[in-house]
Write a protein that binds this ligand. Structure first.
Ligand code: CTP
Length: 408
């Protein structure tokens, strides 16, 4: 990527019914902080008007080789400006021309001139996609380092069912971001994060809660997404904003959190339990506000909640499970015991008795424990600590199951 502040993606839209989906890809890239310039083939303008892309980008849209009288070598300047060239959708025709080095319009001349990475998201009829000519062209381009976002299978515009559908727009945007910033070690991972403090209803107005702000769990979810993972955040009530690129599932009680984690676990490759989950919950919350003169609040019967971390660790299979231990004393001994008791792959311990590290603070001093030992890290911002945890999780993933990554 160049040293400019915002990476520039040159989005090449070729003539196919899926062209309208490039508007969504464009928006996702903009949301992720990219500047997007659009180049269309003449045929593409029959499907989506350049004015749409002009409105979305606020920049002129390149179509014809000689459209810009101020820039007689437009294809070269477009090619030079791009940090990534994304062809989405790419027709069989554009792919064939790229493979053959044909440069007979603005898009193909630009593609030939580009030295930035090129990513191609094909979309076409199944017969055209599976044709030996197309597959040979794709193989040829791959061998030259061109990246592909493999088309999906499904019902195509022509009514046929099969491969050739433009890949999911989120998938295309993710692949583009990875191509722009390959140092995203959690790419391909699906990370489930729990955060915040659960609330256990006593009656309609009272609950048993704890002092967790959710800040650290949110920082981890944000960082995991930044490092390339698809992230679902199961959040107990907090006042925090959903991090960019993260899917949030709101829960209130330990029981709700368990249900949401169980629902997301099947599809997850990593579970990070950063939530402060209540260990006990009222056996039968009252359906009316308890009156102290009539009912004794100290007589509420409590039952133990399910330990989400321990029960998920017991059936983790190939997944990587990370737990937390907020301790006030004997931090290392308690954390080592917790790591063994919960059966997770790693445990992040922190001393919440410290005034500068713990609930509600911006900084945190953590210790990373695995079966191989403990590493104490210095006091750092929760954001930096989140980055450390995600990077260490990625290392555990690579060490445990290098073949599990679902990169294309
Ligand atoms: N945890 C969980 N479900 C629970 C309780 C805890 O998933 N019902 C998870 C937390 O999210 C955290 C880890 O377990 O990752 C440790 O939480 P902690 O409250 O420190 O553990 P406890 O088992 O309650 O240990 P203790 O009370 O002995 O400190």
């Amino acid at each position: 990527m160049s040293g400019r502040e915002r990476p520039c993606v040159l989005l090449c839209v070729s003539g196919c019914i899926a062209a309208y989906k490039s508007c969504e890809v464009l928006r996702l890239l903009q949301k992720a902080g990219c500047r997007v310039k659009v180049l269309m083939t003449e045929h593409a303008t029959a499907f989506v008007g350049p004015v749409t892309f002009r409105a979305l980008t606020g920049e002129t849209v390149a179509v014809g080789l000689f459209d810009d009288p101020a820039d007689p070598i437009h294809h070269i300047s477009l090619a030079k400006e791009a940090d990534l060239v994304l062809v989405a959708p790419a027709t069989a025709n554009v792919i064939a021309k790229m493979a053959a080095g044909i440069a007979d319009d603005l898009m193909t001349t630009t593609l030939l001139a580009a030295d930035a990475p090129i990513l191609v998201a094909p979309a076409m009829n199944t017969g055209m996609w599976t044709a030996a000519a197309t597959q040979d062209n794709v193989a040829r381009l791959r061998s030259r380092g061109v990246g592909f976002v493999t088309p999906a299978s499904g019902r195509l515009a022509c009514g046929d069912v099969g491969a050739g559908k433009l890949a999911d727009v989120g998938e295309i945007a993710r692949a583009a971001l990875e191509a722009l910033d390959p140092a995203r070690p959690l790419t391909g991972e699906r990370v489930l994060v729990t955060a915040g403090g659960t609330q256990e209803a006593v009656d309609p107005v009272r609950y048993i809660g704890n002092r967790s702000s959710g800040k650290f769990g949110y920082a981890i979810a944000e960082e995991a997404a930044r490092q390339g993972a698809r992230v679902t955040l199961v959040s107990a009530p907090t006042s925090l904003e959903t991090p960019r690129g993260v899917t949030r599932v709101d829960v209130v009680s330990a029981q709700d959190m368990l249900a949401a984690v169980e629902a997301g676990f099947e599809d997850a490759t990593v579970l990070i339990c950063a939530a402060a989950v209540a260990d006990y919950t009222p056996a039968a919350p009252a359906d009316h506000k308890l009156k102290k003169a009539v009912e004794r609040l100290d007589a509420i019967e409590l039952v133990e909640t399910v330990d989400i971390l321990a029960s998920m660790s017991a059936r983790k299979g190939d997944r990587t499970v990370i737990g937390f231990a907020a301790e006030t004393d004997n931090v290392l001994v308690n954390a080592q015991d917790k790591l063994a008791r919960k059966g997770c792959d790693a445990l992040v311990a922190n001393d919440v008795s410290r005034a500068d590290s713990g609930f509600g603070t911006d900084d945190i001093a953590i210790t990373w424990l695995t079966a191989d030992g403990a590493q104490e890290l210095p006091l750092m911002s929760k954001r930096e600590a989140a980055a450390e945890i995600c990077a260490r999780t990625a290392l555990l993933r690579q060490a445990a199951a290098p073949s599990l990554k679902n990169r294309d």
